[in-house]
Ligand binder design. Structure first.
Ligand code: NOJ
Ligand code: NOJ
Ligand code: CA
Ligand code: CA
Length: 709
């Protein structure tokens, strides 16, 4: 009796002590956002062949992976082996992103003499069935369970833009893009009476509309305006959500209608919200407002190509300097409403691998260190930690060469990754530059009183004396987190005013110093999903919410006690209140009436949504003038004249003077709307009375009207 009691007290004391230090939060599925995670991107066919019995046979398979456009045997069992043997957790990995898991074509295609297969998973045939070369559904579930047992989340690639390569004239090429519904043929590209596919030819990618409604390369492009395609895709996503996935990487989001994708996200967020990030490829120095709008308004985040391309220029190619790296961080923080939700990376399966033959590995280590300590959700491409090389597809997707746990990159990631869970400055902090020149960047991340400071000297031959460096760290001595790894960093001493004693940052050095403070006030780290609807659950992560239940506010509306589902010091779950649709500031108020900061641009939709195609005919415009859409719902911009929806498209599905756009709008609702012409000239609204349309309960619809002069 006595002993037991002492143990209980000891436990209680330990718990208190841990709370004071902000205990690392590791439970899988606990967070809607992935800011505290590090993702490992896996090309499933290329990590480990865990079961040779499921390997494709004949010309589709390359023993030894010498022909990298063929299947090489990697599978879910192989991934599970690396989860079970601790390779991933040893590196601090807490999430994996795997190839699209769905059934793909088995045909071997010949492109200019090279045999090519669907090993990459992007040539789907049946989105509701598994790719048997990766394993059975039992293997998939087993892998998920193994991952969850080690607190690793599982993200699937998903590519609803298209099925597989098809020819409009030769139906014998490949599998003619045929789409199946759990084994039942729905349509082929050459025999498509119900228009499951677009038949608008290929694209030059010169404008957004072409890229959406024409074929991406020779891939049979799905028509999401077709209600059967819409229903099918939602059911397919549900299949994988029900199997326990924790996240989705959405392929080719630049090539699908914005409105349909927003609608898909409203479905996912309403059913089982999982962190979802899209792939919108940007080239070096490309900054695209449409990319920002997508991230800010679609309900999903994006892979942060602006970040990746700049990091590659600065550390890999030497074509940009540290000032421009810092500029990218500052630019993106204004362009993305929630920059910390964008997924950062330094290479992937569509770019040359970061490691260049003959180059110092330190460049890769610096780029990785920068990524792991910056805002966003870091993703590491498999094999980058082994310095794998390969300049283009398919050489950048070779079979994993080694599972060494002693490479400097592996060991460095192992030190840095856990900091994202233990110190909120890494996961959630703002970023400010503290010292910069051509080669050196010292930046600081701040979250409440928690601080992280990182110094990198990308010049591999010249050290830099650092003076006049003021840090936001409390006075004291700070040990470089990377000490002992041979990465050249040093310890620092900080005076009471933040002045750091002069030191020399060694050539090629990477140093990380940090201070983890207990919260003294409520502070928001993440609110997700960022697009929701009344009655749906959202998760708020941060620090200092207190042990006693307080409240949550959406704008001026306070959530009722009954709608607070759970309350912890670092996490609160609530149901979205029944407020008018719109964009809101979300904040947490402690039991002691202390308010947190605001999480802005939180989008609340009217309710369940459908995708509606608006078409307006005979809307002639003068040069420079375009047609826009506005109406009486938040989803239609509430009659905004300054920021209506558009400009509408007028070239592919309908042609000028006819215009169209796909919009996610409330289901079972009567909408009032009008079109407007905008340019440098005064806006011209349609005349007459408002158009009206009553939307169906589910699926898709099209409304076609004439411009009213
Ligand atoms: C982008 C993917 O990352 C790429 O590898 C793929 O070929 C295309 N989308 C088409 O799915
Ligand atoms: C907003 C009004 O509420 C609507 O009825 C009208 O048609 C448009 N503005 C255009 O004037
Ligand atoms: Ca295999
Ligand atoms: Ca498309």
């Amino acid at each position: 009796m006595e002993t037991k009691r002492t143990t209980l007290i000891a436990c209680a004391l330990t718990a208190l002590a841990m709370q004071a230090q902000a205990a690392p939060d590791t439970a899988v599925g606990n967070k809607q956002g992935f800011n505290t995670d590090v993702i490992y991107q896996i090309v499933t066919d290329r990590l480990v062949d865990g079961n040779s019995a499921n390997n494709p046979t004949g010309s589709a398979f390359s023993p030894g992976c010498t022909q990298r456009k063929l299947y090489c045997g990697g599978d879910w069992k192989g991934i599970q082996n690396k989860i079970d043997d601790g390779y991933l957790t040893g590196m601090g990995i807490t999430a994996i992103w795997i190839s699209q898991p769905v059934e793909n074509i088995t045909a071997v295609l010949n492109y200019s003499g090279t045999n090519s297969t669907s090993y990459h998973g992007y040539w789907a045939r049946d989105f509701k069935r598994p790719n048997l070369a990766y394993g059975t559904l039992t293997d998939f579930t087993s892998m998920i369970n193994a991952a969850h047992a080690k607190n690793i989340k599982v993200i699937i690639d998903f590519a609803p833009n298209h099925t597989s390569p098809a020819s409009a004239t030769d139906s014998t090429f490949g599998e003619n893009g045929r789409l199946y519904d759990n084994g039942t043929l729905l349509a082929g590209y050459g025999s498509d009476p119900s228009n499951f596919f677009h038949h608008n030819g290929g694209t030059s990618f010169s404008n957004l509309e072409d890229g959406i409604y024409r074929n991406l390369f020779d891939l049979a492009d799905l028509n999401h305006n077709n209600a059967s395609v819409d229903t099918y895709m939602k059911a397919a996503v549900k299949t994988w959500l029900d199997l326990g996935i924790d996240g989705i990487r959405m392929d080719a989001v630049k090539h699908m209608p914005f409105g349909w994708q927003k609608n898909l996200m409203s479905y996912i967020n309403g059913y089982k919200p999982v962190f979802t990030f899209g792939e919108w490829f940007l080239s070096e120095n490309e900054v695209d407002p449409a990319n920002h709008y997508f991230s800010n308004r679609s309900g999903m985040s994006l892979l942060d190509f602006q970040f990746a391309q700049k990091v590659r220029q600065v550390f890999k190619d030497g074509t940009a300097n540290m000032t421009s790296l810092n500029q990218m961080i500052s630019d993106t923080s204004g362009q993305y409403a929630h920059v910390s939700d964008q997924v950062t990376f330094i290479d992937n399966h569509d770019m040359p691998r970061f490691q260049v033959a003959g180059a110092s590995g330190r460049k890769l280590e610096q780029a990785l260190a920068f990524t792991l300590t910056s805002r966003g959700v870091p993703a590491i491409y498999y094999g980058t930690e082994q310095y794998m090389q390969g300049t283009g597809d398919p050489d950048n997707r070779a079979m994993m060469t080694s599972f060494s746990t002693t490479t400097p990159a592996y060991q460095m990631v192992a030190r840095l990754a856990p900091l994202r869970k233990s110190n909120p400055a890494f996961a959630y902090g703002t970023t400010q530059q503290r010292w910069v020149n051509n080669d050196v960047l010292i930046y600081e991340r701040n979250f409440g009183n928690s601080v992280a400071v990182v110094a990198i000297n990308r010049n591999l031959s010249t050290a830099t004396p650092i003076s006049g460096f003021i840090a936001g760290l409390p006075a004291g001595s700070y040990t470089d987190v990377l000490n002992g790894l041979g990465l050249g960093g040093n310890n620092i001493t900080v005076a009471a005013n933040g002045a750091v004693s002069n030191f020399t940052l060694a050539a090629g050095a990477i140093a990380v110093w940090h201070f983890n403070a207990a919260a003294t006030a409520p502070k928001l780290g993440h609110v997700g999903p960022n697009m929701s609807a009344p009655g749906k659950t959202i998760t708020i992560d941060g620090r200092g919410f207190g042990a006693t239940q307080g409240t949550v506010k959406f704008g001026a509306t306070t959530v009722s006690g009954a709608n607070i589902l759970s309350w912890e010091d670092t996490q609160v779950k609530v149901l979205v209140p029944s407020v008018a649709a719109g964009q809101y500031n979300v904040s947490v108020v402690t039991a002691g009436a202390v308010s947190s900061d605001n999480w802005g641009s939180f989008e609340i939709l009217t309710g369940p949504q459908i995708t509606l195609r608006f078409v307006v005919s005979n809307a002639t415009t003068s040069p420079g003038e375009n047609v826009y859409l506005s109406g009486d719902k938040f989803e239609l911009t509430n009659w905004s004249e300054t920021a209506p929806l558009g400009a509408l498209f007028n070239q592919v599905v309908y042609s000028y003077p006819n215009w169209y756009t796909d919009v996610s709008v409330p289901a079972s609702t009567t909408l009032s709307f009008k079109f407007l012409k905008k340019s440098a000239n005064p806006t011209v609204w349609e005349g007459g009375s408002n158009h009206t349309f009553t939307t169906p309960a589910s699926g898709t619809a099209t409304v076609n009207v004439n411009w009213q002069p």
